[in-house]
Design a protein around this ligand. Structure first.
Ligand SMILES: C[S@@+](CC[C@H](N)C(=O)[O-])C[C@H]1O[C@@H](n2cnc3c(N)ncnc32)[C@H](O)[C@@H]1O
Length: 204
């Protein structure tokens, strides 16, 4: 099982945004949409062994579960519509409650610290995606990693403090977009699972 936790500093907490203005009025929800696409979509299928958590403004967590997920398409607009439904659904629930807005998409009022604690209780081990970490290609990784990454902004000092206990991994020397990091992490895990490690095995 693999998980990704995307920390969104500007995403919307209410569903009253236009699907025609995702980078503006919707608080860069386009960043989250691209992360969802890269977390789940294969050319002709969906990754079922993945969870994606979108933590918006340290208040609202949207969870997407690959094994149940439906209606996720490659375009950002339809993904934003799914997220908008989740955010709208959240308005009717109390702290501690969870609701499924569409198949495989769940929402609850939960902050990053609480989510990380819950994931650890479920067997995931958080790993921080950080430009200054150990190199992904050679670093040991937990069996059930939960990769934590930020959106278009840096982590805040408070988030850095919260995340300081976890191992840091870098995907390479350049600062990439979050969704690009997700693709590279998936590729590395795919290679490891298929036994294509360190050139000791090759496709054909
Ligand atoms: C677009 S970056 C965030 C903004 C970036 N810190 C900056 O200076 O503009 C989004 C996230 O992707 C991850 N990231 C980007 N490049 C990375 C790299 N080379 N290795 C590991 N993680 C990376 C980090 O978690 C980062 O917070």
């Amino acid at each position: 099982m693999r998980a990704f936790v995307v920390v969104s500093h500007t995403g919307p907490l209410t569903g009253d945004f236009s699907l025609s203005d995702l980078p503006g009025g919707a608080g860069r929800i386009d960043v989250l949409c691209r992360c969802a696409t890269e977390a789940f979509l294969l050319s002709h299928g969906i990754r079922k062994d993945v969870w994606l958590y979108l933590v918006i403004r340290d208040r609202l967590t949207i969870a997407l579960e690959g094994s149940r997920l439906r209606h996720l398409n490659p375009d950002e607009r339809s993904t934003a519509a799914l997220l908008r439904r989740a955010i709208t659904r959240a308005q009717g629930i109390s702290p501690g409650e969870e609701a499924e807005s569409t198949p495989g998409i769940y929402v609850r009022w939960e902050d990053l610290a609480s989510l990380l604690g819950r994931l650890q209780g479920e067997g995931f081990e958080p790993v921080l995606l950080d430009e200054e970490g150990s190199f992904l290609r050679t670093a040991p990784l937990p069996r059930w990693p939960a990769f934590v990454l930020s959106d278009h902004r840096n982590f805040t000092p408070e988030e850095r403090e919260l995340l300081s206990a976890f191992p840091k991994i870098t995907v390479g020397p350049l600062v990439l977009h979050g969704h690009q990091c997700i693709t590279l992490v998936h590729n590395e895990l795919d290679l490891r699972e298929a036994g294509w490690v360190n050139g000791s095995s090759s496709p054909r």
